[in-house]
Design a protein. Structure first.
Length: 147
C-alpha cells in the first residue's frame, strides 16, 4: 500500500457510514410515514408499470423503496457488499428523485427553484453512489512486494 493509500484508508469506512446513514434516516422516515410521497410517486409508478410489473398499491411500493434504502444504507455503512449496496441505493434513488423533485412541472418560480436544487442534490447523491460502486479496496501489496 502506498503512503497515500495508508493515509486515506480510514476515510473509506467513514465515507460509507456518512453516506449510508443518510439513506437509513430518509428510508425510516418514508417507512414510518409515507404521506405525500405516495401521491408524488403515483405518476412515476404508473410509467414504470408499463415496463416493470409492480404491485398496484402505491403506498406499498413507496414503503418497499424506503425499506430498500434502509437496508442498502445499513449494509453500505457496515461495509457489507458495498458495491451492491451503492448500486441498489442509486437505483432506488432514481424513481424517488423523479417523483419527488419534478421541478419542470412546477410553475411557481420559487418552488421550482427549490425543487431544482433538490433534484440536482439527488443527482449528486447518485453520482457519489456510483463512485462508491466503482471503489475498490486497496490491495495489501503482499503479492507484489519488492525486495
Amino acid at each position: 500500500m502506498t503512503i497515500t493509500g495508508q493515509v486515506l484508508a480510514p476515510l473509506r469506512p467513514a465515507a460509507r457510514v456518512l453516506t449510508g446513514s443518510t439513506y437509513i434516516l430518509l428510508g425510516f422516515d418514508a417507512l414510518r410515514a409515507p404521506g405525500m410521497r405516495v401521491d408524488q410517486a403515483t405518476p412515476v409508478l404508473a410509467a414504470i408499470r408499463t415496463v416493470v410489473p409492480l404491485p398496484h398499491n402505491d403506498e406499498l411500493v413507496v414503503r418497499a423503496n424506503a425499506a430498500v434504502q434502509v437496508l442498502g444504507g445499513t449494509t453500505l455503512a457496515l461495509g457489507i457488499a458495498p458495491r451492491l449496496s451503492a448500486l441498489t441505493l442509486a437505483a432506488s434513488l432514481v424513481p424517488t428523485t423523479l417523483a419527488g423533485h419534478a421541478y419542470w412541472k412546477i410553475e411557481d418560480p420559487a418552488a421550482r427553484k427549490v425543487q431544482r436544487i433538490q433534484f440536482h442534490k439527488n443527482m449528486a447523491m447518485i453520482g457519489g453512489l456510483l463512485f462508491a460502486a466503482l471503489d475498490a479496496p486497496p490491495s495489501s501489496g503482499g503479492a507484489r512486494r519488492q525486495k
